[in-house]
Design a protein around this ligand. Structure first.
Ligand code: ADP
Length: 296
């Protein structure tokens, strides 16, 4: 079971190029799509979910073509869109019942058991009879995932599941996605680096419809091994350090200020070596892309 994406391109009417010839393989497990707003994450997810036609290229889910095998793909796939509308006066159970009927789960007994199972998978059984209008952001998101799980999909696609959640809800949701990955492909999109760092064994970085990286965290960090540093500085030094080094982060400490930088060698007297983080890798990847685009 895997997803194969070859030369995938999407140009929207009006000429916006949302995907620029993407090549990507997605194996089972949690796979993160990381990129800023507008980088093409939703477009890619909607194409995989057979809701949007690509302009060129191919995508196969378990060997099935998303253009020609829409019905079998929809049977094995669950999708939670970014904007997920609920009727506030319906309970969680009634909401899922409504969606199950839309998916033509006509047998009442089967429908009831799938709804119960989906609610249990997202830890909402206790709230089945509560009106959705009273739910927190995290509960609504979990209900959205329960909706996507109704057909017990082998591929679960969730668009920005953690956006707008408070830290506790974010952690809960990350854990949930990791749990759901057993044997499935779970694709989540996010613009938050730590979402990917914590949940995803593999991830891709998208920027303006282009794939900048795909692989494991360790592969991205290996590129920076021996090249990440911390420098203790006085506040007045910041501008000069920025001119000299590629800064990936600035932090205040009890004693003053620290900057994280990427450099082949350290020439500052108060600089010392540190381990690379995904933040460093993400910032460095984005910066390289910006510099290459400027050269174009
Ligand atoms: P992301 O999910 O990473 O925020 P999207 O896939 O939503 O990115 O968008 C990628 C690009 O395509 C953006 O420039 C966006 O403005 C554009 N876009 C998205 N949907 C449409 C549409 N229906 N019509 C025209 N342009 C669109």
């Amino acid at each position: 079971m895997q997803i194969d994406i070859r030369g995938l391109r999407k140009v929207y009417p009006g000429g916006v190029v949302a995907l620029e010839g993407l090549d990507l393989t997605i194996p089972p497990g949690v796979f993160g799509l990381l990129g800023p707003n507008g980088s093409g994450k939703t477009t890619l997810m909607r194409i995989l979910a057979t809701l949007l036609e690509p302009s060129a290229g191919d995508a196969y889910i378990d060997g099935r073509d998303v253009r020609r095998n829409k019905a079998p793909i929809r049977e094995m796939l669950g999708y939670m869109p970014q904007e997920f509308g609920f009727y506030p006066t319906l309970t969680a159970y009634e909401t899922l019942d409504y969606f199950a009927l839309l998916c033509r789960m006509n047998d009442p007994k089967q429908r009831r058991s799938r709804i119960r199972e989906s609610l249990a998978q997202v830890n909402l059984e206790q709230l089945a009879e509560r009106r959705v209008g009273t739910f927190s952001g995290g509960m609504k998101r979990r209900l959205g995932i329960a909706q996507a799980l109704l057909n017990d999909p082998r591929v679960l696609i969730v668009d920005e599941p953690t956006s707008g959640l408070d830290p506790e809800e974010r952690i809960r949701l990350r854990n949930l996605l990791a749990e759901l990955a057993g044997g499935r492909i779970v694709i989540l999109s996010t613009h938050i680096v730590s979402d990917v760092e914590i949940t995803s064994e593999r991830f891709a970085i998208l920027h303006e419809g282009r794939l900048l990286f795909s692989g494991k965290l360790a592969d991205l960090l290996a590129r920076l091994e021996g090249r990440t540093w911390i420098i203790d500085i006085e506040e007045e030094e910041l501008t000069r350090v920025r001119e000299q080094f590629f800064v990936t982060g600035v932090f205040r400490s009890a004693t003053g200020m620290q900057v994280r930088v990427i450099a082949d060698a350290m020439t500052h007297p108060r600089g010392y070596s540190t381990s690379p983080t995904l933040d460093d890798g993400y910032v460095a990847t984005m910066r390289q892309e910006a510099e290459l685009s400027a050269v174009d």
